[in-house]
Design a protein. Structure first.
Length: 280
């Protein structure tokens, strides 16, 4: 685990062997940022110029000596954001049938999506900030694609992008990388299945894909509309996800089910929030 940040620095730099580079970071708030922050701090300590782009209202994203920050206004308060985050994650610990949990997930994702799309819309409408990004000649974009604003900016700025993620709902990461996802041993979300399934369990796994398509249609399509309006061309969610140069996947097969990987998908299990050395 101690070597993982060094490997990520090598992958993220994309800037040659000697010169320090300029990295634009478009994070996702909450626990997503806690995992990414360790990498961002390390890059700043190694001499790279790192600029983190974040809304003025955040839960976890704070200034640091190791990176600069550019902030933009959003039309909601910290109290409203905190309330929605708590409501969204609360359902994960509740018991109930699949249908009950699915409905709660739908409601929670819909509310969180509203905040994410609103924040992204205000960023893209901030002409002064967009002009700053255009003029500062960044070398790459590091972002979490669970919210697609960073991907939209990477496409606008024509920059290589590195996706740092735990996963994307509905298998969009598989689709974007044209990675196989066989129903026979890759369980879908909410199924509580393992990688060893009976015939009926595989049928259940297939049926969950139908619900996933419905779930992701409203969660991600608003970003397609935002991107199309901002870039002045028809842009799909797959277009935005497909452009990634490298996918840094915070996953480890020792703890999770095996799955196929494409050449530009790099597992970096163990980088979840700030790691600490374990006692003997």
């Amino acid at each position: 685990l101690s070597a993982s940040p060094k490997v990520m620095v090598l992958l993220l730099s994309l800037l040659g062997l000697a010169a320090a580079g300029k990295l634009l970071v478009v994070p996702v708030d909450g626990s997503h940022w806690l995992s990414m922050r360790e990498v961002v701090d390390f890059l700043g300590q190694r001499g790279h110029e790192v600029v983190v782009l974040a809304p003025e209202v955040t839960m976890r994203i704070k200034p640091s000596k190791t990176f600069g920050m550019k902030m933009y206004s959003v039309p909601y308060t910290k109290e409203e954001l905190k309330k929605e985050f708590q409501a969204f994650f609360h359902f994960s610990f509740e018991q109930g049938s699949f249908l009950e949990r699915f409905v709660k997930a739908y409601q929670g994702i819909k509310r969180i999506t509203t905040f994410g799309v609103s924040s992204c819309g205000h960023l893209l409408q901030n002409k002064k900030l967009i002009r700053y990004l255009e003029e500062n000649k960044f070398d790459a974009v590091l972002t979490d694609p669970v919210l697609l604003c960073g991907a939209i900016l990477a496409k606008h700025l024509s920059l290589p992008s590195v996706y740092f993620l735990r996963g994307i709902p509905c298998g969009l990461d598989f689709d974007a990388t044209q990675c196989p996802r066989p129903h026979s041993y890759v369980p879908r979300g909410f199924t509580q299945l393992t990688d060893r399934m009976t015939f009926l369990q595989r049928v259940k796994n297939i049926l969950h894909d139908i619900l996933d398509i419905f779930l992701c249609d409203f969660a991600f399509q608003p970003y397609s509309k935002l991107a199309s309006e901002f870039l002045q061309q028809d842009v799909t969610v797959q277009d935005l996800l497909h452009q990634a140069s490298v996918w840094l996947l915070r996953s480890e097969f020792v703890l999770e089910y095996p799955r196929p990987l494409m050449p530009n998908i790099i597992p970096i299990g163990g980088v979840n929030c700030a790691h600490k050395e374990l006692s003997q």
